[in-house]
Structures are given as structure tokens and as C-alpha cells.
Design a protein around this ligand. Sequence first.
Ligand code: NI
Length: 139
Amino acid sequence: MAQEITRIGVSLPENLLQRFDEIISDRGYSTRSEGIRDAVRNYIVDYEWTEEEGELVGVVTYIYDHHQRVLEEGLTDLQHSYINVIVSSVHVHLDEENCLETLIVRGDSKSIRGLADSIMSMRGVKHVKLIGTSTGKLL
Ligand code: NI
């Protein structure tokens, strides 16, 4: 179902608009409205991720040292304690030393952040990134 579109007038400082236009042109947007819609969506998703209530979706991805067996066990235990949040996981053996794991998560932001923070604090985990998005109901 197509969403109803409302036209709005926005007042912006000239230099802000100029920079915005440069960026959307660089990114290949065909219209300014398209760029503004994306910016507003990002604004909403960022706001929702600061709230502790409500369901959010995201991806947690991390790289860790495969040789640390205790770590591998710890990561598995951690995933089992977050089964209410983890929807799916993918494991890739990157090279002889490194593994990459990606978790698709769904739940409240506090639990998801708790999971990402726990992974980050484990010794042998080299890099963790949490990408927060939305279920898309408003997008
Ligand atoms: Ni591996």
C-alpha cells in the first residue's frame, strides 16, 4: 500500500543546504526530497535505538582469535544465554587465525547492547560492530 505523501516547507541555513546538496549529488540521489526522506528515516532509527523499550532489529558482527578455545566456548555460552535476542548466526573461518561471526538480533535495545558489550569485553575478540536498524514499520 502506497503511503500518503505530505509536502512540507523547511527553512535551512544556506551553508547547511549547500553541503546537503553536495552529499546527495555525490551519492547519486535524483531529488533532494529522496535525500531528506532517508535522513529523516536515519534520525528516527537513531532515536529508537536510544530508547530502552520496543523491539529493534540489528546485526552484531565480530572478529576473534580462533586459537583461543576458551574464548570460543565463552562466545557459544553467551549466545545460548541470549537466545531470546539472537535470530540467526553465521560463522566464517576467515584464515588460519581469525573467525568472523555475524548475529542477526531482534529485541529491546538494552539486551542487544548488553550482548554486544559482553562480546566486546571478551579477551581475544578483536573488533565488534553493532549495526542498529528498524523493523521497517515506519520506513
Ligand atoms: Ni572459525
